[in-house]
Design a protein around this ligand. Structure first.
Ligand code: DIR
Ligand code: MN
Ligand code: MN
Ligand code: MN
Length: 302
């Protein structure tokens, strides 16, 4: 299908300013051209608009809840509209709180179409905090919990009363930073987490085979790519760097194996923060990996 790029320039859910510059950094790094060279038709819808970042401390465990709700409504509407018109939406974030809107819309659309949904969450973090256990109040640390129904109603009911996702629809890959209360919660809900230790022990290839098991012709794959998934030595342009992430070759293999399924239906690229970057190198790396995600490979393999 044709691809629609949708910019969501906000850092409303993050603890550092600057992810609001992500969409333009990805455009400057050539994301549209790279996708066109993959043979895809690409339209850039420009940027969504939403409230400014008031940069206030958290209230009752949430920083900027009203603004996060407003941005996610806007993202959800935009993504749902693109899916309805037959486009493959790529949301250019923005911080990761925006995945509530994008994945919420994708889940609603899949339910209406009777399609199965699998979410691949590529991240250093599990993003499964709640207002009670969060160490920061930053809502970019909470989207997976909210999508599964753990969070304030304004966020858990963005796309209707039922939770957008069941935990068994999610596979998290690359995780290496989980907060103390979050550790207990992800175990209690049974979230399927391929953390870095597991990947080190069994390798990217087997981990990805397991994460993609059961993906079939009826499955819509959503890839939520938090750029801090990558090792900070190759991807410094993020607000929360955590050592011990996938290197270039490992990340490329992850993307190529996802591409091989042929089932990618929607994508988020989030947490890119040009304020921490060097010469836009992290945006360029993200674009390289998006090429792999859309099927670029060295040789013809079949
Ligand atoms: C941390 C950071 N777990 C928090 N989360 C981040 O504040 O909840 N997610 N950076 O991407
Ligand atoms: Mn070129
Ligand atoms: Mn994240
Ligand atoms: Mn992260």
């Amino acid at each position: 299908p044709p691809v629609a790029l949708i910019g969501a320039p906000t850092d409303i859910g993050a603890g550092h300013r600057g992810a609001s510059m992500g969409p333009e950094a990805l455009r400057v790094a050539g994301i549209a051209h790279a996708l066109e060279e993959r043979g895809l038709q690409v339209v850039d819808r420009g940027n969504l608009v939403g409230p400014m970042n008031p940069w206030q401390p958290p209230k009752a465990g949430y920083r900027h809840l009203d603004e996060v709700v407003a941005w996610n409504r806007s993202v959800a509407d935009a993504i749902y509209r693109e899916l309805g018109q037959g486009y493959l939406p790529i949301m250019l974030g923005g911080d990761h709180c925006l995945a509530m809107g994008s994945i919420g819309a994708v889940a609603r659309w899949c339910t209406e179409q009777g399609r199965k949904l699998r979410v691949l969450w590529l991240d250093a973090h599990a993003d499964f905090n709640t207002s009670v256990i969060t160490p920061s109040g930053n809502i970019h640390g909470m989207p997976v919990a909210c999508l599964c129904g753990y969070g304030p109603r304004e966020l858990t009911e963005l796309n209707g009363p039922a939770p957008a996702l069941r935990p068994d629809q999610i596979r998290q890959i690359g995780i290496r930073s989980v907060d103390p209360g979050e550790k207990k919660l992800v175990r209690d809900v049974g979230l399927d987490i391929y953390d870095m230790r597991y990947i080190d022990e069994i390798g990217v290839k087997r981990a990805m085979e397991e994460a993609l098991e059961g993906v079939d012709a009826d499955t819509h794959l959503h890839v939520s790519f938090d750029v801090d998934f990558l090792d900070p030595s190759i991807a410094p342009g993020v607000g929360t760097r955590v050592r011990g992430g996938p290197n270039y070759r490992e990340a490329q293999l992850v993307m190529e194996m996802i591409a091989d399924t042929g089932r990618v239906g929607s994508v988020d690229i989030v947490e890119l923060n040009p304020a921490f970057d060097k010469r836009n190198m992290t945006a360029k790396l993200a674009v390289d990996l998006v090429e792999s995600l859309f099927g670029k490979s060295t040789l013809m393999r079949e």
